[in-house]
Design a protein around this ligand. Structure first.
Ligand code: NAD
Length: 464
């Protein structure tokens, strides 16, 4: 797609107030793919005003009509999937098959789920002598990251629109072209002017201005825990609602009776997807002492399939590459056994990192505690099931996880004791209606499905 040199505000592309721009680079070959405006507080203010002006009309629109507009948006996203996939590949560097099957396809499913939910959700309920109205929270400031650029936009904007809210989006600076494409899709779908607005810009400038703006009623943020904590503090001071979707360090727990080969292969694929840049990735594999070496050998064999530049893409930018390589060096320093990969760059051009497998990782090591956000898997040994649970729960995060056992009941019993928001049982598949969000420092609030819609609503009780 061709980059827009303006902001999408009030239903049209308007010139940015300033002249600053962001250069968009393809992480696979380090070539410039476009420029977008870097907005400031003035652009954010224009966008929030447009959203406030559009809010009463959209909030009063019957849910069935809102549903029809969201269905139209889903249809545009579906019709433009090839262009979306190519744009994501150009600015995120993900291999085209992944861009097609996940980055372009998942948002269609999520938008479709909200078209249905907008039509079927009970926006009114009766409790004794009260009628409880579930009303839109108001203007939403959405701040999104680059790792699943369109999914994370749709996971916020679609439920906000379904709820009757108006939105201002500030997307990640690494992937603004996908966000511009989304704004085009909103326009094509015929949403009323001002219901959705886009301001591209830098986090500490446009992002901060949006989070602090008094015309924003709810800030929905996905990204790092450090920035999320700051946004949470700003929002609380203003008595504003906040939803935070932060990092993770999820455990893939392989219990003694599990199908080891399957658990290891699915686990490696889970971490390698999107070059390890998935907040819910199972980056710690937990195996019993008896089958530990067999699991490490299976994982090493699975790693051979992930050739940089073919099945696995680069990480998003030079800063992330340096960060991931720093973690790999730290793992070696702290005594983990390097089985595959290492800190050396596998390619001369592009922000590639060698897929790296660490064994003999102990729970206290940095690589077992901190989110690396790259293609790095740590295999940890546990003595018994209680030890496995202690290790699985032994980080500040709690976003996702997996449990494999001889039967589902045994895996479910273990999963019930995990401090985490989502657990896949014996390879259970992704469900776009299931609530997604974190325990502990992985966040506040839930996205997707009816629970994701509820985040954008507030209640009013009428006593009759
Ligand atoms: P980040 O938190 O800096 O950026 C996420 C979004 O927040 C972007 O849109 C950014 O512009 C915006 N932002 C940055 N500073 C801001 C501020 N002061 N006020 C308001 N908005 C601001 O994340 P990053 O630097 O792109 O990535 C760093 C790390 O974050 C990664 O290595 C990874 O650990 C984590 N991360 C997690 C997720 C996730 O899905 N949970 C996604 C991306 C990154």
């Amino acid at each position: 797609m061709k980059a827009h040199d303006g902001m999408y505000i009030g239903g049209e592309w308007r010139p940015a107030r300033g002249r600053d721009t962001i250069t968009v680079v393809n992480p696979a070959d380090e070539q410039v793919v476009g420029h977008v405006p870097a907005g400031g507080a003035g652009d954010v203010d224009d966008a929030v005003r447009a959203a406030r002006a559009a809010l009463p009309g959209w909030a009063a629109t019957p849910p069935a009509e809102r549903a029809a507009r969201i269905a139209a948006l889903r249809d545009v996203l579906a019709a433009r999937q090839d262009e979306i996939a190519e744009t994501v590949t150009a600015e995120l560097g993900s291999p085209l098959p992944l861009s097609r099957s996940v980055h372009a396809a998942l948002p269609v499913a999520v938008a479709g789920s909200y078209a249905e939910l907008a039509a079927s959700y009970a926006f009114e309920e009766t409790l004794g002598n009260s009628t409880v109205l579930h009303e839109p929270i108001g203007v939403v400031g959405a701040i999104t990251p680059w790792n699943y650029p369109l999914h994370q936009i749709v996971a916020k904007v679609a439920p906000a629109l379904a709820a009757g809210c108006a939105v201002v989006l500030k997307p990640a600076e690494d992937t603004p072209l996908t966000a511009q494409l989304f704004a085009e899709a909103v326009h094509e779908a015929g949403l009323p002017a001002g219901v959705f607005n886009l301001v591209t810009g830098l986090g500490p400038v446009a992002g901060q201005a949006l989070a602090e703006h008094e015309g924003v009623d709810l800030v929905s943020f996905t990204g790092s825990t450090a920035v999320g904590a700051r946004i949470g503090a700003v929002a609380s001071a203003a008595v504003k609602r906040v939803a935070l979707e932060l990092g993770g360090k999820s455990a893939n727990v392989i219990l003694p009776g599990a199908d080891l080969a399957r658990a290891v292969n699915v686990g490696v694929a889970n971490v390698m997807a999107n070059s390890g840049q998935t907040c819910s990735a199972w980056t710690r594999m937990l195996v019993d002492a008896e089958r530990y070496e067999e699991a490490v050998a299976l994982a090493a064999a699975a790693f051979a399939k992930y050739v940089p530049g073919e099945r696995i893409g680069p990480v998003v930018n030079a800063k992330q590459r340096a960060r991931v390589r720093g973690y790999i060096e730290k793992g070696v320093e702290e005594g983990a056994r390097l089985v595959v990969g290492g800190p050396e760059a596998p390619m001369e051009r592009g922000y590639y990192v060698s897929p790296t497998l660490f064994a003999d990782v102990t729970p206290d090591m940095t690589v077992a505690q901190e989110e690396i956000f790259g293609p790095v898997l740590c295999v940890l040994r546990y003595e018994d099931v209680e030890d496995a649970l202690r290790i699985a729960n032994g980080t500040v995060y709690g976003l996702a996880g997996a449990v494999w056992a001889a039967d589902d009941a045994e895996a479910v019993a273990f999963a019930r004791r995990m401090d985490t928001g989502q657990v896949d049982i014996n390879g259970g598949r992704f469900n776009p209606l299931a609530p997604f969000g974190g325990y502990k420092r992985s966040g506040v609030g839930r996205e997707l499905g009816p629970h994701g819609l509820a985040e954008y609503l507030q209640t009013k009780s009428l006593q009759l």
